[in-house]
Ligand binder design. Structure first.
Ligand code: FEO
Length: 170
């Protein structure tokens, strides 16, 4: 039996991760509409990773014999003024997700739920990578975004991203 607060936070995280997928699909849609297929591909794969994250939390609750309650997924409502504003919204969102993971970890720590803490260790590391990736996208856009030829090359680089399944298996 999971502690009720830990249970509620993990259940909520399922929704938050599916929302993340929605958000990145919206990013992908933005870049597709602006002719940047490589960026669109990068965020499409990011959306797939977020669905994986959601399913890991979902499976964890099921494995622990805890109920899963699926709630409505919010509509992505960010207004993008330019390419950079999309990337900045990505970094802001990942920082928020890191804070959510930390909150679950804190709740598990408070009740000495070592199994949940061990499960969350993967997400703690993953969030470090997610924030680094989001920062890198901003740095690259700062460096290359204003020159059409460089932006084309960056778009080509991002087109090469391929999906890999998460290293955590439950
Ligand atoms: Fe599921 Fe981008 O964190």
């Amino acid at each position: 039996m999971l502690n009720s607060k830990v249970h509620a936070l993990i259940n909520d995280q399922i929704n938050k991760e599916f929302y993340s997928a929605y958000l990145y699909l919206d990013f992908s849609n933005y870049f597709k509409a602006h002719g940047l297929d490589g960026f669109a591909n990068w965020y499409m794969i990011q959306a797939q990773e977020e669905r994986d994250h959601a399913m890991l939390f979902y499976t964890y609750l099921q494995n622990e014999n805890m109920t899963v309650t699926l709630e409505a997924i919010a509509k992505p409502d960010k207004i993008f003024t330019d390419h950079m504003s999309v990337l900045e919204a990505g970094l802001e969102h990942e920082r928020y997700v890191t804070s959510l993971i930390n909150d679950i970890y804190g709740a598990a720590y408070d009740v000495r739920d070592f199994r949940t803490m061990q499960f969350l260790d993967w997400f703690v590391k993953e969030q470090g990578e997610e924030e680094t990736n989001a920062n890198d996208m901003i740095s690259k856009m700062e460096l290359f975004g204003s020159d059409p030829k460089s932006l084309y090359m960056l778009n080509q680089e991002l087109a090469a991203r391929v999906y890999t399944a998460p290293s955590l298996v439950l």
